[in-house]
Design a protein around this ligand. Structure first.
Ligand code: SF4
Length: 235
């Protein structure tokens, strides 16, 4: 049932927003993990700037091993929470160097989704959303990461009734139709940014209005902001 509903939602969103483009060259998993850490609690444009600064300064992630936290922080300040994110980045890189003797996550490619999630979320500062972004955007697994937009929209439409993004993730990823993870994830973010905003959803011309069960629908029309830059397809 949920699988059928997800298929229907995906179809309606594609009709409105199209099939989202993917990066032609997917990044390695460590780059994606660091990019996703930078994206926490900020907008995609600022985290992209921070990512570019970081990779320009440290074109080989091993270089991070020999610098102090403030040097990393200086490069990523634009993304906010600079000290916290610099510490998380340094921790990941140091952990990989010490535990595996090399600074990359390429060994994950051979593993199952569940194993990868367990492994990544055991790292300090890495949650389910970050781990699932590595699975989708780097390892090309059929998985739909759940951020606040995906969580809010799916609950309003009535496909799930969950109290946290992590619970939404578990519910939908057990029922995700083949090959739809990237499409559903990306288009639900677009929906959440343009129509299904947190405070006042613009339901009037929403592509899901006919199937949406939200009781507080409005007759507001969307005012597209042009905010369609999505970081994780740019890394
Ligand atoms: S109809 Fe309104 S509440 Fe439902 S998904 Fe669309 S914008 Fe959100």
């Amino acid at each position: 049932m949920l699988k059928t509903d997800l298929k229907k939602v995906n179809k309606l969103l594609i009709k409105r927003f199209g099939v989202p483009e993917r990066n032609s060259q997917l990044p390695d998993p460590l780059s994606m993990l660091l990019g996703t850490i930078l994206s926490q609690n900020t907008n995609d444009k600022n985290s992209f700037r921070a990512y570019k600064n970081l990779i320009n300064r440290f074109p080989d992630w091993k270089m991070i091993l020999s610098v102090k936290i403030p040097e990393i922080e200086k490069e990523i300040r634009v993304a906010g929470l600079g000290n916290q994110k610099a510490r998380a980045i340094k921790r990941v890189v140091t952990y990989l160097s010490r535990s595996r003797g090399e600074v990359n996550l390429d060994y994950l490619r051979e593993k199952e989704n569940g194993e990868i999630i367990n492994e990544l979320t055991s790292l300090d500062g890495v949650g389910l959303k970050t781990a699932s972004c590595v699975l989708l955007f780097s390892l090309e697994r059929n998985i739909c990461p759940v951020d606040t937009h995906v969580h809010r929209t799916l609950n309003r439409v009535g496909l799930v009734k969950t109290s946290t993004p992590d619970k939404t993730f578990t519910a939908i990823n057990l029922n995700l139709p083949d090959g739809t993870g990237h499409q559903i994830h990306t288009n639900l973010i677009k929906l959440g940014r343009t129509y299904c905003k947190p405070q006042k959803p613009a339901c009037k011309k929403c592509p899901l209005v006919k199937i949406c069960k939200y009781e507080l629908k409005t007759d507001i029309e969307a005012n597209p902001t042009g905010n369609d830059f999505l970081l994780l397809d740019q890394i």
